[in-house]
Design a protein around this ligand. Structure first.
Ligand code: ADP
Ligand code: F6P
Length: 320
């Protein structure tokens, strides 16, 4: 393969820039050309495509966001949309594409591969909800951002003897909430995967109150059945403890990537280009038991990834 494209798609994640850099630098070192595609599949449909050289990706390894911009592109799911994308690949001489994003973006990559444009996916989302991989780029930075903010929140929660109910992102998955909850020593972690009656949280508050606990941090994943506001109201009404809801929101998606995200992005970016160089597409780069491997994109999209139930149980045990 002589010319490949690279795009970032779906919600941005810290470390996407490091992945783009690794793709460009690896490809250039092998004598391949790289075309940057802007704003995910939109750029492919609209032809917003330009060459990226070695120096075009200087000074971005430490930056959050994505130099290529990102977007969600409903048109790509239509027959006309994907046909325009395929036509533009031909027009710009793009023979294969590295798609940096989540499972949604990989479905797009699968569809392009089926139409003769081999694609390789690199997992990047703060949610860590991509089923085929133990780790996704951006997860570590997002957890550290959340922990940093909750540490600050704890100061004021403690001063006022309050209960803080903190909503973290994660879409339909509780991975971000669970790991963050463990790291801040939350009293309870509420996740979409495991049903939990708020009365059990209230019982735990009452039990720990009797042993001297005076302030409480509850973490709730955005995909949990009840909102942070409703949970805070319920806790205040039933315990009399002043309660506040805090939604961390999109700040979790920003910031300089952590060491882990920079390194993972660099290794995965390199691995993706190695595949395309050999003409191998229709794959997803995955982190599996400490190794960077690749899987067939169809198989990858069929996989499931349960929440770490041992970690959930331990989080509960050590927060009494
Ligand atoms: P993520 O990649 O983070 O999971 P999305 O689910 O929003 O994010 O998907 C990003 C983009 O990938 C969508 O806007 C769309 O362009 C493309 N995409 C998502 N699902 C599909 C699908 N089923 N078929 C083709 N393309 C898809
Ligand atoms: O997938 C990343 C993510 O930040 C999720 O955690 C969240 O549910 C969603 O994207 C928010 O999307 P948007 O940026 O469109 O509000």
């Amino acid at each position: 393969m002589k010319t490949i494209g690279v795009l970032t798609s779906g919600g941005d994640a810290p470390g996407m820039n490091a992945a783009v850099r690794a793709v460009v630098r690896t490809a250039c070192s092998m004598g391949m050309n790289v075309m940057g595609i802007e704003r995910g599949y939109n750029g492919l449909i609209e032809g917003v495509v330009y060459p990226l050289e070695v120096r075009d990706v200087s000074g971005i390894i430490h930056r959050g966001g994505t130099r290529l911009f990102t977007a969600r592109c409903p048109e790509f799911k239509t027959e006309e949309g994907i046909q325009k994308a395929v036509d533009n690949c031909k027009k710009f001489g793009i023979e294969g594409i590295v798609v940096i994003g989540g499972d949604g973006s990989f479905r797009g990559a699968r569809d392009l591969s089926l139409r003769g444009i081999p694609c390789v996916g690199i997992p990047a989302t703060i949610d860590n909800d991509i089923t085929s991989t133990d780790y996704t780029i951006g997860f570590d930075t997002a957890m550290n951002t959340a922990v940093d903010m909750i540490d600050k929140l704890r100061d004021t929660t403690q001063s006022h003897d309050r209960c803080s109910v903190v909503e973290v992102m994660g879409r339909h998955a509780g991975h971000l909430a669970l790991q963050t909850g463990i790291a801040v020593g939350a009293l309870s972690v509420l996740v979409p995967e495991i049903p939990c009656d708020i009365d059990n949280v209230i019982k735990k508050i009452e039990i720990t109150r009797k042993t001297g606990k005076e302030h409480f941090i509850i973490i709730v994943a955005e995909g949990f059945e009840k909102s942070a506001h409703d949970i805070a109201k319920e806790i205040e009404a039933k315990t009399g403890i002043e309660s506040r809801a805090t939604i961390l929101g999109h700040v979790q998606r920003g910031g300089n990537p952590s060491v882990r995200d920079r390194v993972m992005a660099s290794l995965m970016g390199n691995a993706a280009v190695e595949l395309l160089r050999r003409g191998v597409g229709n794959r997803v780069i995955c982190y599996d038991k400490g190794l960077i491997i690749n899987r067939d994109i169809f198989e990858a999209l069929q996989m499931t990834k349960p929440l770490d139930s041992d970690a959930y149980r331990i989080a509960d045990t050590i927060s009494f």
